[in-house]
Ligand binder design. Structure first.
Ligand code: B12
Length: 223
């Protein structure tokens, strides 16, 4: 079994300590952060049939999620932070007054899935964005208030629950009604993927965390 498949297996079985060691080994052997996240995500996704209405095995899913979060927090964040510190030093030398772009991110109201959004927040934070993470089950108004308070450039909104998509659709009109139309709204998550940017009123619908990060990097905000 190759090491990426082994990492997916360890996450799937909730073996958190072994998963962190395996991810550390992979990174030391110069596998990319994207490969590690992809393989860790496969481990969680393998539990799909243990997370249905008919068959819901909470413990298995929670243990797998814990392993995934520890890999992201203890391993990928450390790796990205080292790169980020270096990049920040270089950036500071070039232009020490440059303002970091701000992303307000959260999982939409009614939905408690937050692993994917957590990955996006971590990636963006370590790629030179100021990230305000509102958590999960976030009402539309809370997104708008945070955008105003933080003078945000972007909203990142996640939904894995099809039933919550109508709430996601309310974000852009709510921003427009408060004169915040220049704030770009980026959606993600498996439920959003079943729809389209147009029908959800998004500026962009990201395929995955890296696609979202690329969009944030490509696009300037309103400052
Ligand atoms: C883990 C999990 C859980 C965990 C969540 C733990 C947590 N803290 O997040 C727990 C056990 C709590 C859970 C609960 C439930 N779950 Co669940 N869960 C899953 C599972 C197995 C994996 C999701 C996951 O974390 N994937 C790994 C992450 C890394 O991937 P991701 O979220 O897709 O994110 C990636 C991209 O989509 C993207 N992304 C995501 N968000 C964003 C946002 C932005 C801005 C950007 C740029 C990118 C981005 O970046 C990530 C990395 O690339 C899925 C099945 C599956 N295979 O997807 C079901 C699933 C999502 N769950 C489902 C259901 C039904 C439920 C429950 C209702 C079950 C129940 N009967 O109680 C409850 C939800 C209650 C609620 N109100 O929300 C359904 C949803 C069906 C639907 N379409 O509506 C699924 C699809 C299972 C199924 N086959 O039916 N679940």
């Amino acid at each position: 079994m190759d090491q990426l498949t082994e990492l997916a297996r360890l996450i799937q079985h909730g073996e958190n300590k072994e998963a962190v060691s395996c991810a550390e080994r992979l990174l030391a052997e110069s596998y990319g952060v994207d490969q590690v996240i992809e393989s860790a995500s496969k481990g969680v996704a393998a539990l799909r049939n243990k997370c249905t209405v008919e068959n819901f095995q909470l413990l298995d899913v929670l243990l797998a999620c814990r392993a995934m979060v520890e890999v992201v927090d203890e391993c990928l964040a450390a790796k990205l932070k080292a790169q980020m510190d270096k990049a920040t030093d270089e950036l500071a030398k070039v232009n020490h007054q440059k303002r970091l772009k701000t992303i307000v991110i959260g999982t939409i109201q009614g939905d408690v899935h937050d692993l994917g959004k957590h990955v996006v927040a971590t990636l963006c934070r370590f790629n030179n964005f100021n990230v305000v993470n509102l958590g999960k089950d976030v009402p539309v108004d809370a997104f708008i208030e945070a955008v105003e308070k933080e003078k945000a450039d972007f909203v990142g909104v996640s939904s894995l629950m099809t039933a919550c998509l109508p709430k996601m659709r309310q974000i852009k009109p709510a921003l427009l009604s408060r004169g915040l139309g220049l704030v770009k709204v980026v959606g993600g998550g498996s439920a959003a993927q079943q729809s389209s940017a147009e029908s959800l009123g998004l500026d962009y619908l990201a395929r995955d965390a890296f696609d979202g990060l690329d969009y944030f990097c490509r696009n300037g905000g309103h400052s």
